[in-house]
Design a binder for this molecule. Structure first.
Ligand SMILES: Cc1cc2nc3c(=O)[nH]c(=O)nc-3n(C[C@H](O)[C@H](O)[C@H](O)COP(=O)(O)OP(=O)(O)OC[C@H]3O[C@@H](n4cnc5c(N)ncnc54)[C@H](O)[C@@H]3O)c2cc1C
Length: 366
């Protein structure tokens, strides 16, 4: 397309303290853009638009003017929030709030956006943990953070520079092919180009997604199912951007979940998108663009598009898979597993992966 794009529209809540600390360490906080948590929604079937302002506390949404409510909802529907205060590990989001009047318009898009998993299977406990850190705490914790330019400038480049400044190196194209284990201890790591011997007092941190890890440690029982996140990036003429009044909005009863108006393109996210893995990119782009035109209420054109399919964006964050991860067995004694998926109390996010990194450092220091 001739412009720089991220693979997806990763957004981060201002509640994500590990992410913010990390950006401070790598001196990239100034590259972040903060959006207040007020989202526009458009229901394509009902042809209704509304704004959901989470800058109001839940109490205010419930007891202030009716106009802050989602169309068709009643105050009673919002009491479904309270169910998340006491949920257990076995319930899916659907089991908890599937009958709520705001299921289709709120709980379903929220769960898919946050967990990339259908609410019918997504763990209510994980969503509850997110709500407790964000919506239940107030606006300060619900602002949306995104890079002003892209994630390369906010995370990748500054963290690579930070690592180099500390005298360390990143070795690209080093594929770990085999792990040698003796008496429950890793003794050698065999890469495509070299072998590293692990001394008696040394420790190994593996930050590898579950399927790849399973090739190296086949004894461990890990989740095998993943969910796609699909992004369709549209290059457009600059004058079209001013037609959009909100930088981020959600679509309901649609293929598209979230639409992001960037400084030089429009990017649409479809989460939990395994069903679209085999659909032709041209067809996806055409249908998604039609939804954007319906939202605007006028026919506009795009110049070029790019579909990015991340088929293993996150593992399927179901109650069943979470139990698997919580009870991992047969891990050699001198290994610590890191990566977003290891933080089973949180969804698979940048926050979770940074938190796992912090825990890995604590493990090394002990
Ligand atoms: C399209 C998309 C949208 C997303 N949206 C959001 C969002 O809005 N907000 C959010 O917070 N998060 C989002 N995420 C999730 C977020 O990107 C991840 O949680 C995070 O990047 C995970 O980082 P990680 O380091 O744990 O794992 P990864 O980034 O998966 O890194 C694992 C690394 O291990 C390497 N590896 C695998 N096998 C081997 C091997 N055998 N030897 C050597 N190396 C190996 C891989 O090459 C890879 O570099 C999104 C993800 C995608 C794909």
């Amino acid at each position: 397309m001739g412009i720089e794009i991220d693979n997806g529209n990763h957004l981060v809540f201002s509640a994500n303290e590990n992410f913010l600390d990390f950006c401070k360490d790598i001196e990239s906080k100034r590259t972040l853009k903060v959006f207040p948590p007020c989202f526009g929604f458009f229901d394509l079937k009902e042809k209704k638009k509304w704004d959901l302002g989470l800058e109001n506390s839940l109490f205010k949404i419930l007891f202030s003017q009716k106009k802050t409510l989602i169309p068709g909802s009643k105050i009673f529907d919002y009491f479904s929030f309270l169910k998340f205060l006491i949920t257990n590990n076995n319930k899916s989001v659907y089991e908890l709030v599937g009958k709520s009047g705001i299921y289709n318009t709120f709980w379903e898009p929220l769960t898919i956006g946050v967990m990339n998993t259908s609410p019918k299977e997504a763990s209510a406990k994980v969503l509850s943990n997110v709500l407790k850190k964000t919506f239940f705490k107030g606006q300060k914790f619900c602002n949306i953070l995104q890079p002003s330019l892209n994630w390369e400038q906010t995370l990748i480049k500054p963290s690579s520079e930070f690592i180099k400044k500390k005298g360390n190196q990143i070795q690209f194209n080093s594929l770990l092919k085999e792990i040698e284990i003796k008496n429950d201890m890793v003794t050698n790591l065999i890469f495509n180009h070299k072998k590293i011997n692990i001394g008696d007092n040394e420790k190994v941190i593996l930050c590898i997604p579950p399927t790849n890890l399973n090739k190296l440690l086949p004894e461990i029982i890990l989740p095998k199912d993943y969910n796609t996140i699909l992004n369709i990036h549209f290059k457009i003429k600059k004058n079209i951007l001013s037609k959009f009044k909100q930088p981020i909005f959600g679509l309901i009863n649609s293929i598209s979940d979230w639409v992001f108006i960037k400084h030089n393109h429009i990017s649409v996210t479809v989460s939990n998108a395994n069903s679209m893995n085999s659909i032709d990119s041209d067809k996806i782009a055409k249908n998604v663009w039609e939804e954007i035109c319906l939202y605007l209420g006028e026919k506009i054109e795009f110049l070029k598009f790019q579909v990015v399919r991340e088929k293993k964006a996150t593992y399927h964050q179901s109650t069943k898979n979470l139990k698997l991860i919580k009870n991992l067995k047969k891990i050699p004694n001198n290994i610590l597993l890191a990566g977003d998926w290891t933080q089973y109390n949180l969804p698979c996010t940048i926050e979770a992966s940074i938190l796992s990194g912090k825990k890995a450092i604590e493990y090394l220091n002990n």
